[in-house]
Design a binder for this molecule. Structure first.
Ligand code: GDP
Length: 439
């Protein structure tokens, strides 16, 4: 997510790091690089212009000139401008209807049906009782996919077999939800490959019929510059209250995320970050800005952990981490728990300062099985005290686990690194300490 943009901004900011004073030429050169980095990430040119102009005003200001550490001020200014472009405050869902109605709209393939399942899973975890409603009647596969998603996340689905008009289906779903004891209805609508009048008309008619509490526009972050035009067309043709950015896990350059809010004035409410039902997050502009600048996102990491671990597991992990007696056995357990939270690469990207180092770290999920074999081939004493692992022991472990001595060596080294990271992450968590907000 945002890899290219992050590394380019990093290079731009490196220019000012370690400088005692900021002269006009340095500010100019830095801004030029930031501008280029944003344009290359497909951010809309008007949005880029706004960000750079505001940055210029701030960077030539007195505050930065007088600062003892101007680099910090510059990073802070860039971070705040990114946050502002992403929408500033986090926006939750306002669900008041009984049942509350959420409607999803967007182009075909943007990720609506997937997002419907993910949103249902998220709302269910908050104690709501969602019902998915299939109003994408053009593609029989879409109805089937919605049913599968409903089953995967364990929620009700309303998908009557009809090839006709989706408007009555949407309307009926409200009564069906009440009958089934559901308090949120999530309406999945049809999309087309391109914006067209008929599609807009149908979505607008559904919106009119069910009067949603929230109409969410789903946009594929991978479509780059085009995102802005599609978003504008949906805003005019259907109207919406918020945005779900999907496929942010791909090599999306980030342009859609940074443009859609400024261009439509509507907040980004969720980010979809993978094909699995749990790959879905509430969108927080401050955290995303921090991630883009390689400063990590400890809050999201903590929330993911809270959602994944039982209290008992969390307590055990915390004790292991804080006691300083974090052994290879704990490490193995942690890795297995981490795996449940999602792909390791994504998780490490949320740790402060990890962005740049990630390229050098081996975080292939398949490696976990080999690591497990290596640890299982160690004696309990070796797991507790890896420093006793001499050449002879390492050879024995490699043979026992069906791996090689270099692999064993690498694990022992990585373990020491992870131990360090875990310690600093838990310290950061303690410092931030605020309770996360709900949806
Ligand atoms: P719809 O036509 O708008 O309903 O789109 P779908 O929900 O069917 O999604 C289209 C394709 O994108 C499917 O293959 C999904 O698995 C995939 N997809 C949806 N959301 C994401 C995401 O956040 N990340 C990735 N990698 N794939 C996604």
């Amino acid at each position: 997510m945002f890899d290219a943009l992050s590394s380019k901004l990093e290079i731009a900011l490196d220019r000012v790091r370690g400088r005692g004073r900021l002269d006009a030429a340095t500010v100019d050169a830095t801004l030029k690089e930031i501008r280029l980095a944003l344009l290359e990430a497909d951010v809309n040119f008007k949005v880029v212009k706004g960000i750079v102009e505001r940055l210029r005003e701030r960077l030539v200001g007195e505050e930065v000139a007088k600062a003892l550490n101007p680099a910090q001020q510059v990073v802070k200014a860039v971070s705040q401008e990114l946050e502002r472009a992403l929408g500033g405050e986090s926006a939750g869902l306002a669900l008041t209807g009984k049942p509350a109605v959420i409607m999803l709209a967007g182009l075909q393939g943007s990720g609506k049906t997937t997002a419907a399942g993910k949103l249902a899973k998220l709302l269910k975890s908050k104690g709501r009782h969602p019902m998915l409603v299939a109003c994408d009647l053009q593609r029989p596969a879409a109805v089937q996919q919605l049913k599968v998603n409903a089953e995967r996340v364990g929620v009700h689905v309303y998908a009557p077999v009809t090839a006709g008009d989706p408007v009555p289906v949407a309307r009926e779903s409200i009564a069906k939800a009440r009958e089934s004891g559901c308090d949120v209805v999530i309406v999945d609508t049809a999309g087309r490959l391109h914006v067209d009048e008929e599609l807009m008309g149908q979505a607008a008619a559904i919106r009119e019929a069910v009067q949603p509490d929230e109409t969410l526009f789903v946009i594929d972050a991978m479509i780059g510059q085009e995102a802005v035009n599609v978003a504008r067309a949906f805003l005019d043709g259907v109207g919406f209250d918020g945005v779900i950015l999907s496929k942010l896990d791909g090599d999306a350059r980030g342009g859609a995320a940074l443009s859609v809010r400024e261009v439509t004035g509507k907040p980004i409410k969720f980010a979809s970050i993978g094909e699995k039902m749990e790959d879905f997050e509430a969108f927080h502009p401050d955290r995303m800005a921090s991630r883009i600048l390689g400063m990590g996102d400890v809050m999201t990491l903590i929330e993911k952990a809270e959602a994944t671990y039982s209290e008992e597991e969390a307590q055990k992990a915390e004790t292991a981490l804080m006691s300083g007696e974090f052994t290879l056995e704990d490490f193995l357990e942690q890795m297995q728990m981490l795996k449940r939270m999602g792909p390791l690469q994504g998780l490490l990207g949320m740790m402060p300062g990890m962005g740049k180092q990630l390229k050098d770290v081996d975080v292939d999920d398949k490696q976990v099985a080999r690591v497990e074999a290596i640890i299982r081939s160690m004696t309990p004493k070796e797991r507790r005290e890896p420093k006793i692992l001499n050449g002879r022991r390492r050879k024995r472990i490699a043979a026992g686990s069906g791996t090689t001595v270099p692999e064993v060596n690498r694990l022992v080294k990585q373990f020491a690194e992870v131990q360090k990271i875990m310690k600093s992450a838990s310290k950061m968590a303690g410092m931030q300490g605020t309770k996360p907000k709900g949806v």
